[in-house]
Design a protein around this ligand. Structure first.
Ligand SMILES: *Cc1c(COP(=O)(O)O)cnc(C)c1O
Length: 333
């Protein structure tokens, strides 16, 4: 099997940099959804806890329950629980879902400030408060998500302005409806790194903690992926390699086959286009459990920076990372 190593020093380096932006470890909510962006949920959750992170963000209730012991606060982005919990907060993504949460659930209200994907519309705020109160839910926070924090457009400022307006209104409503003062958060990685004057209650940080936020070289990639050699052969001039024979040797070449294919998460669209950091070329079509490289090494470093690997598949580091199957062995180094 191909295997993953997780670099603890790099992870802690990234958390140091993030903490210098949030001005406190306590304001970092580490995003661990989708198997911690392919790094391994339990591995990254334990490391984050060791560093002193107290807050986490996941997608499902099941993920939250599996790391419950490690954090003081867990925000679940996309699930409705069967019963409330004192640690988990659940996201209200839609005004029509409010009556589906069990009584006494701690909830956070997501507001659509311009992304138009999830969240209640700004004009529904008062209605949402009525329904939350009627359903016996405990509202603790209001949050929003940016659609283009990583692009230098004015959209980011416009969404911030919208959020500012809604914060004011919500704080006023919280008082009127008898909730404790609300917490507010809007920043993901790109948004946090766009400002020097972060002043919200927490930031939801994913890709920056894994070291793959583009444009910030001091953040260091945490995950490296290695594959092991299964076989080697000399391919003669004119012979082709792999399904469909999409690579033909122009001269005699030493080709080895490694145990990493699209069944493990190696994007097939990288075929014939992927080069490792050390300049080793992948050739022929990537198949389910195999891929061929111009290499003889027993343990080949496929990548140690998902951002580089993303280019060959014309995608983003997020997809490269979350494609990595949970069955791959992960080791903290
Ligand atoms: C995934 C996600 C994040 C983290 O985004 P990064 O760009 O990885 O920092 C933050 N907030 C929400 C709502 C998300 O879905």
């Amino acid at each position: 099997m191909a295997y993953i190593t997780l670099n603890k020093n790099n992870f802690f380096n990234n958390l140091d940099i993030i903490a210098s932006h949030t001005k406190s470890k306590d304001k970092i909510a580490i995003v661990l959804k989708d198997n911690a962006y392919g790094h391994g949920l339990l591995e990254m959750a334990s490391l984050a806890q060791e560093y002193g992170i107290t807050k986490a963000v996941v997608r499902t209730d099941e993920e939250a329950r599996s790391i419950e012991e490690l954090f003081e606060y867990i925000l679940v982005l996309g699930d409705i629980p069967e019963k409330p919990s004192s640690k988990m907060r659940y996201t209200i993504n839609d005004i029509k879902s409010i009556n589906k949460f069990p009584k006494d659930t701690l909830v956070e209200l997501k507001v659509d400030t311009g992304m138009h994907r999830n969240g209640i519309s700004m004009s529904d705020l008062h209605d949402a408060f009525i329904q939350i109160k009627d359903s016996g839910l405990i509202l603790e926070a209001l949050f929003t998500h940016h659609k283009s924090a990583d692009e230098l457009t004015s959209e980011w400022f416009w969404q911030n302005d919208n959020f500012k307006k809604i914060k004011k209104e919500a704080q006023y409503l919280a008082q009127e409806f008898g909730f404790a003062p609300l917490r507010f958060h809007s920043a993901n990685s790109a948004s946090l790194f766009r400002t020097d004057s972060f002043d919200e209650d927490m930031a939801r940080v994913g890709i920056a903690s894994y070291g793959c936020l583009e444009g910030f070289a001091k953040l260091l990639p945490v995950l490296s992926l290695y594959a092991q050699k299964l076989s080697s052969r000399v391919v003669k001039k004119g012979e082709s390699v792999g399904y469909g024979g999409t690579f033909t040797a122009k001269e005699s070449l030493l080709v080895s086959n490694y145990n990493f294919g699209y069944g493990d998460g190696f994007l097939r669209s990288s075929s014939n286009n992927f080069v490792t950091l050390n300049g080793v070329k992948q050739i022929g079509r990537i198949s389910m459990d195999n891929s061929s490289f111009l290499s003889e090494e027993e343990n080949l470093l496929i990548f140690n920076n998902a951002t580089d690997a993303a280019e060959s598949a014309e995608t983003i580091s997020y997809e490269v990372l979350t494609s990595l199957k949970s069955s791959l062995k992960r080791e903290i180094v």
